[in-house]
Design a protein around this ligand. Structure first.
Ligand code: SAM
Length: 558
């Protein structure tokens, strides 16, 4: 046996699995599996297959239309397509929970334990830019990776928070159509993939995690609209963290029920018979235990993937005495699946902000600093300058510049550098110099730890607008007035990714209307969208044969 598993874990699995135990153990001698999920916000499977050197040998993951197994030697994270956000590297079984969440364009979706963002980016792909994704994690450091992955994937309709679930109810009670609780767990299902998980495992961890999960689920429940769906998932085998957790939740929350999940290739049913707790004569408990048979287990000896557990829960339409946000339920009356209006890119301020033409003054309770958040394009702003990669509103204040309107600077930039307006309505929000486009309908975030209140589009300072990396990655090539495209193996591209200044022939820079033809026209100047195989990877500023590299330090490849 290659993997040195903890003895108490082995003994428990032997007892639970009986005749299946030998096959289960043999799976630890099999090599681990590698998966990636192509990003439908940027590319479809056909185009990816044509472009990617690894596509020919990649094999589809049966339960995820965008998922593929690749082999270790393919090293997709080293390819420039990765830097363009064309795919996300993700363990194959970890793709299952979002497939069961049934996300549709226009939904309001909460990913409550989201970092580093594997499932958030999968959800965003299913939203197709319509509706809202709120991605939250209570680990401050971990939200940095979350924000980066969401930006790399080109997601434009996400809000990123760094909160405890209990703090979300005042803003979001009953607000979400879909909630994913990909809970912190003892990680037994990942022993083959990451041997470090074995060293970290202790039998008491199951109990500690079970308490945490109970708490997270309890708070998550209040955030879901009646009729909405909540998916609970773990990457562990322990029944305490899986079926028993769900049975207790069902007893506590009779307004929820298990939706029997359809079994895909090799998926197995949940195991109510593994729940140890007995409550004699308690019919509700018996009922709840029985219902967990409708949940799903993914086993390494039944599928090509690691161990996972998924429960699909529905909040009954008649929510009973449990609180919802009656003023704004996410339920039936909201036309979430309707086609949305033509985009504004935050450039139609009055409309985008629901008619409000005033600046909202908000305070970040954690930094104690002021942050003025714009509700329309006509207002002035000022306030706390946000921290680099982490939460907003932490670092020093900067001086108010009464005559400078950041939204005007953005509008001027958009006129000059961008083409086409395919975005859903969004409102501009300024946290100090940083500008964001927030999907309409998101409640006030005052008092919450906000990592990103929306799509981070750039910084408006000193009378100028400087576009962000997130803006570049959220665009299509033809949406920039000028772009420069390199093949993945081009020496210039490698040097660009390292952050070097480059000498470029102006004939290689093409205007938006010629981008598809690869031809050239006119005289390029200013911000140029840099692309690989036609997909944006960052900005450069061009003048007189020199391309100043605007790839931020944290995005370079060393
Ligand atoms: C299994 S990981 C999530 C993986 C993520 N869903 C993905 O697909 O990339 C669990 C996450 O839960 C977070 N977490 C732990 N306790 C939490 C809590 N009380 N509220 C919110 N997040 C929590 C951890 O920081 C960790 O990032």
């Amino acid at each position: 046996m290659k993997t040195d598993l903890p003895q108490p874990f082995v003994e428990r699995m032997q007892e639970l699995l009986g005749g299946e135990f030998d096959r289960f153990m043999a799976s630890y001698d099999e090599p681990r599996l590698y998966g990636l999920r192509i990003n439908p916000l940027k590319i479809n499977a056909e185009d990816w297959k044509e472009l990617s050197p690894i596509a020919e040998s990649a094999k589809p993951i049966p339960w995820t239309p965008t998922g593929y197994y690749y082999s270790r030697d393919d090293r997709p994270a080293k390819h420039p397509h990765y830097n363009a956000g064309l795919y996300y590297i993700q363990e194959p079984s970890a793709m299952a929970p979002v497939e069961l969440l049934d996300v549709r364009p226009g939904h309001r979706v909460l990913d409550l334990c989201a970092a580093p963002g594997g499932k958030s980016t999968q959800i965003a792909g299913k939203l197709q830019g319509k509706g809202v994704l709120v991605a939250n994690d209570n680990g401050a450091e971990r939200t940095k990776a979350l924000a980066k992955n969401i930006e790399l994937a080109g997601v434009r309709n996400a809000v990123i928070l760094n909160e405890e679930p209990s703090n979300l109810a005042p803003k979001f009670a009953g607000w979400f159509d879909r909630i994913l609780v990909d809970a912190p767990c003892s990680g037994e299902g990942m022993f083959r993939k990451e041997e470090s998980m074995i060293a970290a495992w202790e039998s008491y961890k199951v109990e500690v995690c079970s308490k945490m999960q109970h708490d997270i689920l309890r708070h998550a429940a209040d955030l879901l609209a009646p009729g909405g769906r909540l998916v609970y998932s773990t990457c562990t085998f322990a029944p305490e963290e899986n079926e028993a957790q769900i049975a207790r939740f069902l007893v506590d929350r009779p307004d929820f029920e298990v939706m029997e999940a359809e079994l895909k290739d090799g998926w197995r049913r949940g195991r109510p018979d593994w729940i140890e707790e007995k409550r004699d004569g308690d019919a509700a408990w018996e009922e709840a235990v029985k219902a967990t048979a409708g949940t799903v287990r993914l086993w390494p000896h039944w599928i090509k993937g690691e161990g996972h557990y998924v429960a699909v829960l529905r909040r009954k339409a008649e929510a009973g005495p449990f609180g919802t946000n009656a003023a704004d339920p996410a339920g039936a009356d909201r036309p979430w699946a309707e086609p949305q209006e033509e985009a504004s890119w935050g450039l139609k301020g009055k409309k985008a902000s629901g008619g409000a033409d005033r600046a909202d003054k908000r305070y970040n309770r954690h930094s104690g600093e002021e942050a003025y958040i714009r509700a329309g394009v006509k207002e002035r702003r000022s306030g706390g300058k946000p921290a680099g990669g982490g939460r907003l509103g932490k670092s020093a204040k900067f001086a108010k510049e009464a005559s400078f309107d950041p939204a005007e600077a953005w509008a001027a930039f958009a006129r000059d550098v961008l083409r086409g307006v395919p975005e859903p309505d969004a409102r501009i929000i300024a946290y100090g110099a940083r500008l964001f486009l927030q999907p309409v309908g998101v409640p006030e975030l005052e008092g919450l730890k906000v990592v990103r209140p929306g799509w981070y589009i750039g910084d408006a300072e000193k009378g100028r607008f400087a576009p962000s990396q997130a803006l570049a990655l959220g665009l299509k090539r033809g949406q920039a007035a000028w772009s420069l495209n390199w093949a993945p193996e081009d020496e210039q591209l490698i040097r660009y990714l390292k952050g070097e200044t480059l000498f470029v022939d102006s004939s290689d820079i093409v205007p938006a209307d010629r981008a598809d033809e690869g031809g050239r026209n006119g005289s390029p100047r200013g911000y140029i969208l840099i692309c690989v195989d036609g997909y944006p990877i960052g900005w450069g500023i061009y003048a007189d044969g020199t391309l100043k590299n605007k790839l931020p330090a944290g995005w370079r490849v060393l």
